[in-house]
Design a protein around this ligand. Structure first.
Ligand SMILES: *[C@@H]1O[C@H](CO)[C@@H](O)[C@H](O)[C@H]1NC(C)=O
Ligand SMILES: *[C@@H]1O[C@H](CO)[C@@H](O)[C@H](O)[C@H]1NC(C)=O
Length: 336
């Protein structure tokens, strides 16, 4: 894992140095450009309502959400929570304003946490615990008329490029929607959106007259996408079926639409310089460097079944032993 770790540290350092070099004027101009591309207020307000509806459907009408300008927050991103002033029955109880839908939903989380004692987290860290939220019509008022919280830094980034292979390749839209709701409630506004990129690379490389066979020798299997994307491996655990590629692309479109509706800025992949070996056949004069084998393994011609069979033989495991966690745990060693 050494390669991967140094790669991460270098990329983090790179982003850090670039940001430092940019200076605050440049950051302001990036922010202004991103703000000008945000989804319309009605779209964001309704996306924030969608998060509330999935989280706490009973209280959908207790909250009023409104997108406001940064001018109301001293030029920064913020949320503002006030008691809704109306005497009529069935009117909202709490008004949450925010400069984007993410600010509104993080304001909602703040309100539920600090005034209602609720807990909103991943399933593994407590999940969603809303039993303490008072019933409709008796939500607690915020003290001092108004709570206004400014975002201390412009961006809250989330996710790790290898998690795409560890976890997200197994996710459907329902699971993604849940995670994006979680991001919105935590105030994340700069999430990585790496799904479906092989479908785009496939289109690009086919335009360069490569064949599906050439690409089968290039794309890694679902669980190894991150390593294939970084150029550590070619074809390992592949090939990817057309059906899988199509589904991932459709999923990415849903993911991006939702992130944008919530006023987030999704982080899309760029070209890293990793190309299929077949490109050299089509453009013989191109200056393409073939890197050495990664961890001595290089490209695999095997499919995952063969790889697993090989590893099991190596670890002296039989299929029945793999069903017993205690047995196989003693045989494997975790690389780190
Ligand atoms: C792909 O092949 C077609 C037909 O031979 C040719 O016209 C086109 O220029 C080729 N594309 C590239 C990128 O080489
Ligand atoms: C090809 O790339 C290598 C590595 O960057 C470089 O040293 C070499 O000069 C390049 N050759 C040509 C012909 O551009």
């Amino acid at each position: 894992m050494i390669n991967l770790k140094s790669w991460f540290i270098l990329s983090i350092l790179y982003v850090f140095l670039c940001t430092a070099a940019l200076g605050s004027d440049a950051i302001e101009s990036v922010l202004r450009r991103l703000d000008s591309k945000k989804a319309p207020s009605v779209v964001q307000e309704s996306a924030a309502k969608g998060v509330l509806q999935r989280l706490l459907p009973t209280h959908l009408h207790s909250f009023e959400f409104k997108i406001v300008s940064k001018d109301l927050c001293g030029g920064r991103s913020c949320f503002r929570i006030t008691n809704y002033k109306s005497s009529s029955r069935n009117s909202p109880e709490i008004l949450i304003e925010g400069t984007t839908a993410v600010e509104i939903t993080s304001g909602l989380h703040w309100y539920l946490k600090y005034t209602c004692g609720a807990h909103i987290s991943w399933d593994k860290t407590g999940g969603v615990q809303l039993a303490s939220v008072p019933k409709l019509g008796s939500l607690p008022l915020v003290e001092a008329e108004e709570v206004m919280i400014q975002r201390p830094v412009p961006w809250n980034y989330y996710q790790n490029v290898v998690t795409s292979s560890y976890s997200f390749v197994w996710w459907d839209w329902q699971r993604w929607e849940k995670e994006i709701d979680w991001m919105a409630l935590q105030g994340i506004n700069l999430p990585l959106a790496f799904t479906g990129q092989e479908a785009i690379w496939q289109k690009v490389f086919l335009d360069y007259n490569m064949t599906t066979r050439d690409l089968n020798d290039f794309f890694g299997g679902p669980a190894f996408l991150a390593w294939a994307r970084m150029g550590n491996l070619h074809a390992w655990g592949g090939p990817l079926s057309q059906n899988w590629l199509n589904i991932q692309l459709a999923l990415q479109k849903q993911i991006l639409s939702r992130m944008i509706e919530l006023g987030m800025t999704p982080v899309l992949p760029s070209f890293s310089g990793n190309v299929p070996a077949a490109l050299k056949k089509i453009f013989p004069s191109a200056n393409i460097t073939r890197l050495g084998d990664w961890r001595g393994r290089g490209r695999s011609k095997k499919n995952w079944r063969e790889v697993i069979r090989h590893d099991m033989e190596h670890l002296q495991l039989t299929e029945d032993m793999t069903l017993d966690r205690k047995v196989w745990r003693t045989r494997i060693r975790v690389e780190g």
